[in-house]
Design a protein around this ligand. Structure first.
Ligand code: ADP
Ligand code: MG
Length: 260
C-alpha cells in the first residue's frame, strides 16, 4: 500500500507546489512510483511546474464525477516513467470535491503507487480539509517569515486535533545572509514556534524560478543549492538520517516577534 503525503502551508506562495513537484521527482528518481494530485481546484499550477501543461486532457474533478477513469486522467511525466500527475480543474471551484471522494480516490491510487503527493490549496477552508482527509503524513511548508509562520502555526493547531498524523516541516526560501544579519529567523527559532520534525531547509535560489520557466525541476540539477536540498529532503522523508549543515546563528529575533 502506498503512502499519502499532503503538502500544505496555510499561506499561499510559500512553495507548496514547488515542493510537491520536486519531492515527487526526487522520490521517483530514488526508485519509487509516485503520483501527484493538484487539489488547488480553479487555480491549476502543478502541471505547469512539472512541464506537463500541454498534456492535460482530464482532471481530478472529471475523475470524481466519473467523466474519466483514473487511467485516462493520469499524465505520465515526459522523462520519468514512474512519475504521474492528476491535474486540477481550471474551471470549477474548490467545492467540486468532498473529503470522502478524495479518500476513495486516494485509496485506489495507493494500490498502484508507492507515494501519493497532494498539493494543497492555500487557506484552511474546504479545499485544505479535502487535501488533508486522506493524508497518512503531512509536510508543512513555510518561509521563515512571520506571516507564513503564523499561518503554519494555525495548520499545526488543526493537525494537533488529528493525532496519528505524522507531520514534518520544510523551511523554504531560506537566506543565510539575512539570518546572519539578524533579519530572518533561524531554523531553531522556527522550530520553537512550530513543533514539527524538520526535514528540509531549502535556500532561496533563482534556479527554482529558471527551472519552472522552462518546465524543468530544480531537483534534477545537482548544481543548484535548492535542488540538492530538495533531494536530501526527499531522502529524510524516506526515513534516512541526513544531518543538517550548521545554519543557525545566535540571533534572538523570536523574542521580539513573538514576545517570548
Ligand atoms: P505555493 O504553491 O505555496 O503557492 P509556489 O510553489 O507556487 O507556492 O511558489 C511561489 C513562488 O515562489 C514561485 O514563483 C516559485 O518559483 C517561487 N519559489 C518557491 N521556492 C523558491 C526558492 N527556494 N527559491 C526561489 N524561488 C522560490
Ligand atoms: Mg500552489
Amino acid at each position: 500500500m502506498g503512502r499519502v503525503i499532503t503538502i500544505t502551508s496555510g499561506k499561499g506562495g510559500v512553495g507548496k507546489t514547488t515542493s510537491t513537484a520536486n519531492l515527487a521527482t526526487a522520490l521517483t528518481s530514488l526508485g519509487h512510483r509516485v503520483v501527484c494530485i493538484d487539489t488547488d481546484i480553479g487555480l491549476r499550477n502543478l502541471d505547469l511546474i512539472m512541464g506537463l501543461e500541454d498534456h492535460v486532457v482530464y482532471n481530478v474533478v472529471d475523475v470524481i464525477e466519473e467523466r474519466a477513469t483514473i487511467a485516462q486522467a493520469l499524465i505520465r511525466h515526459k522523462t520519468l516513467p514512474d512519475l504521474f500527475l492528476l491535474p486540477a480543474s481550471q474551471s470549477r471551484d474548490k467545492s467540486a470535491i468532498d473529503e470522502l471522494q478524495m479518500m476513495i480516490l486516494c485509496n485506489k491510487l495507493k494500490n498502484d503507487f508507492d507515494f501519493v503527493l497532494i498539493d494543497s490549496p492555500a487557506g484552511i477552508e474546504h479545499g485544505f480539509r479535502v487535501s488533508l482527509a486522506p493524508a497518512d503524513q503531512v509536510v508543512i511548508v513555510t518561509t521563515p517569515e512571520v506571516a507564513a509562520l503564523r499561518d503554519a502555526d494555525r495548520v499545526v493547531g488543526i493537525l494537533d486535533r488529528k493525532d496519528q498524523l505524522a507531520r514534518c516541516l520544510v523551511i523554504n526560501r531560506y537566506r543565510e545572509k539575512m539570518v546572519r544579519q539578524g533579519k530572518m529567523l533561524t531554523p531553531s527559532e522556527v522550530l520553537e514556534i512550530l513543533s514539527c520534525q524538520l526535514i528540509g531547509i531549502i535556500p532561496e535560489d533563482e534556479e527554482v524560478i529558471n527551472a519552472a520557466y522552462d518546465g524543468r525541476l530544480v531537483v534534477q540539477n545537482q548544481r543548484s543549492p535548492a535542488g540538492r536540498e530538495f533531494f536530501k529532503t526527499a531522502r529524510r522523508l524516506l526515513g534516512e538520517e541526513i544531518p543538517f549543515q550548521k545554519a543557525d546563528t545566535p540571533t534572538s529575533l523570536v523574542d521580539r516577534l513573538f514576545g517570548r
